[in-house]
Design a protein around this ligand. Structure first.
Ligand code: PLP
Length: 385
């Protein structure tokens, strides 16, 4: 049975070109990039190339980038690092729909004397900008608001958010783990201070991430030790991972607009067909401002987990809510923040596509899903007629 992979917001297939680029650095080219000899130096040069490739995709300077081990490390470093330099400021502002890499860190800090404000969203998952405006003040140490949501794909108006935050002179961090590689970004035209991304969401391997630190941003390092990454992140580099991420960024940048359009067409077809054939189903999230690859659909009266198990029998990989929170029976915190009714939040399914999905796969999923939903409804104690 073939695998039909529609869980790309959880992780993505490593591109063949990326594997090819990284393989020599598991083999003969094993030097340490910090070494003085040329054997290590050639690896150092390749890391510089990767840094340049990431910078090109983001529209920033290569020296503004540090490599980390994952998106979570980048998020944690941004928040803790900014607080360490915040000279007595005790307020942190974030949103109710952040990934746990941000929300979990902020809630932990709330246990240590910080005052944490979580800005709300409306029914469509749109950020409450008025609440943000009223909340940012001189006591705010950092604002961390995500670029695009991992569960619904909703894209926040980051330029507007940034304007509000920077007007008060506060450091602004954005978790762009789901946005980078899926939509164009240009940091040269923005005032974002700190931005996180993660390799495995854009066809690079797991175990590598990036934190962009705008020149002049005061940030205390999270990992202390050697002088790697200009002293901003100690630890010998994950060389193959970094080289892979550089290549993945180059590939993403080459075709971002065309791929966007193609993937969006597939997503829209999938969504439309499913909604037309499944009564009592609806899309979660702002239809107009979403990542082109993400569909989050609620099916009333049934469990998302049950849908996943039945789809799995056809080789279809999807997700109910965030992969990081699955395993818990609580409905997704994102859907709850949006006020999605309990019965529908439990029955949510996330299908997230990539450049590797085909129209045949979309047709296959659109054919298999409605009978699964019907069957589960027949078994559901919540359906009375
Ligand atoms: N932020 C967002 C929005 C994510 O979707 C994820 C992963 O799902 C992360 C952060 C964490 O990234 P990583 O898995 O690289 O730690």
């Amino acid at each position: 049975m073939d695998t039909i992979y529609m869980d790309n917001n959880a992780t993505s297939r490593v591109a063949d070109e990326v594997i090819e680029e990284m393989l020599p650095y598991f083999g003969n080219l094993y030097g340490n990039p910090s070494s003085m000899h040329s054997f290590g130096g050639q690896v150092g040069k390749k890391i510089n190339q990767a840094r340049q490739r990431v910078a090109t995709l983001l529209g920033c300077m290569p020296e503004d980038i540090i490599f980390t081990s994952c998106g979570t490390e980048s998020d944690n470093t941004a928040i803790r690092g900014a607080l360490a330099m915040a000279r007595g400021k005790r307020k942190i502002i974030t949103s109710r729909v952040e990934h746990p890499a941000v929300l979990g860190m902020c809630r932990e800090l709330a246990n240590h004397g910080y005052s944490v404000v979580e800005i709300g969203v409306d029914k469509a998952g749109r950020l409450d900008l008025d609440e943000l405006k009223q909340t940012v003040d001189e006591d705010t140490a950092i604002v961390s608001i995500m670029y695009a949501n991992n569960e619904t794909g909703v894209i926040f108006p980051i330029d507007e958010v940034c304007e509000i935050v920077k007007a008060k002179g506060v450091i602004f961090h954005t978790d762009a783990v789901q946005a980078v590689g899926k939509i164009p970004l240009n940091l040269a035209k923005s005032n974002i201070d700190l931005l996180s991304l993660s390799g495995h969401k854009l066809h690079a391997p797991k175990g590598v991430g990036v934190l962009y630190i705008r020149k002049g941003t005061r940030l205390s390092p999270y990992l202390l030790g050697g002088h790697q990454e200009s002293g901003k992140r100690a630890g010998t580099e994950n060389v193959p991972g970094i080289i892979a991420l550089g290549k993945a960024c180059e590939l993403a940048g080459q075709n971002i607009e065309q791929e966007n359009t193609r993937v969006k067409k597939l997503r829209d077809k999938l969504e439309k067909t499913i909604l037309a054939s499944c009564p009592d189903s609806f899309v979660n999230g702002d239809i107009e401002n979403r990542l082109p690859n993400t569909a989050n659909i609620s099916f009333e009266f049934i469990e998302g987990e049950a849908i996943l198990l039945m789809l799995n029998q056809f080789g279809i990989c999807a997700s109910s809510g965030s992969a990081c929170t699955s395993g818990s029976l609580e409905p997704s915190h994102v859907l709850r923040a949006m006020g999605v009714p309990f019965t529908a939040a439990h029955g949510s399914l996330r299908l997230s596509l990539s450049r590797y999905n085909t129209e045949e796969e979309v047709d296959f999923v659109a054919e298999k899903l409605p009978p699964v939903v019907n069957r589960l409804r027949e078994l559901s104690p919540f359906v009375t007629s």
